[in-house]
Design a protein around this ligand. Sequence first.
Ligand code: GDP
Ligand code: GDP
Length: 437
Amino acid sequence: MANLVAIVGRPNVGKSTLFNRLTNTRHAIVSDEAGTTRDRQYGKCEWNGREFSVVDTGGWVVNSDDIFEEEIRKQVLVATEEADLVLFLVDIQNGLTDLDVDVANILRRSKLPVVLVANKADDGKHLYDQYEFYRLGLGDPYCVSAATGSGTGDLLDLVVSKLSTDEIDDVADGTPRFAVVGRPNAGKSSIINAFIGEDRNIVTDIAGTTRDSIYTKYDKFGFDFYLVDTAGIRRKNKVSEDLEFYSVMRSIRAIENSDVCILMIDATRGIEAQDMNIFQLIQKNNKSLVVVVNKWDLVEDKSQIAVKTFENAIRQRMAPFTDFPIVFASALTKQRIFKVLETAKQVYLNRTIKIGTSKLNEVMLPLIEATPPPSIKGKYIKIKYVSQVPNTQIPTFVFYANLPQYVKEPYKRFLENKLRDNWTLTGTPINVFVRQK
Ligand code: GDP
Ligand code: GDP
């Protein structure tokens, strides 16, 4: 199970700078990620072979200069409910403030591991200033400079040592793991109730972390499936529901632990920025997707044209990934609830597809021959062979070529589209690599 680390602290202490430093550790390793846009909200950190997710609470406020202190307190509270560890940043050059003391009080009340980080310790000059932070009652401050990187390696050693090593991911028994995600009030709890009924026909309850069960196995409508983190979704925190950060923190764990995400959209509102944020979390984690346009009972114009217009609008927002199913449903009237589960199941099958090498070459090589990669600097690029890599998280295809470095993104997209045209990969991301023959 992935661990989640939240960076909290008042504005300008260096949260975003530290976030970039931590998430870049992975950036250097996973080169295929280069080029994807990096934001300061959510990322992965890899250190000594351990991976964890990092969230920068400051990334969820539009203008960090005039955030209300109340909002910061709420964020810290949400972080303590949802994260596994908190990095509490203070500014050694600026010294202790009242808001630091407030935040420390919230953190001390939670049972979560907290690492107190005194940032901006760029040189020895400020080291004596660390002692005032003992007043926060959170133990020794850890002096770092997020800007220069000094001390961050030791900090990472400490963080990794405090994270749990439970491998709860071990439900890979061929049963799909579905996560229902979406912004507040989209209808997540309602659809879960519609799926499983009030009787909650639970087959197995796998105890997860100390907080909630992560996976619950159901046998409904003839499907076996796990629902991820249902307890977390059902248990609502009314105080913080209006915070976007809250719905994101709620989603992260469920998304990370799922195979297929059922993204709930409110038909009466359409797609908004908050839906897009959750969609991006799904993409960053390489999860498969079913979009459910919920509350369809409230929409008057259900004509074919209205449906098409709605569908197109969604796909346009989510481009370039557009090959996913959209189901128009109502959790309230239970209209197409079965269809949602059936579609999620099909998407899981697409995600785990295994295409035989001979069939793959038989279909793809003639297509490549008809539309070969454009020659570059008078050099002809020849793709000779393709195979699917076994045992990968998402379907992964390697095309072997004489000059792989000359096969550019547009042609890789062409290859991906041809794979999607010829096999059912709907709803699932795939990898296309070109390697030296
Ligand atoms: P946030 O609002 O907490 O996310 O803070 P930022 O990461 O945006 O940093 C606020 C300011 O502090 C920026 O001008 C940073 O360049 C600066 N800063 C961040 N880390 C350090 C550090 O380790 N040393 C120094 N001297 N400045 C830093
Ligand atoms: P969550 O916050 O995403 O878990 O959303 P809820 O399941 O709590 O639903 C939020 C509100 O929308 C509740 O008042 C539900 O009764 C209502 N609701 C959910 N699904 C539907 C639906 O399909 N149609 C209608 N009309 N209302 C719905």
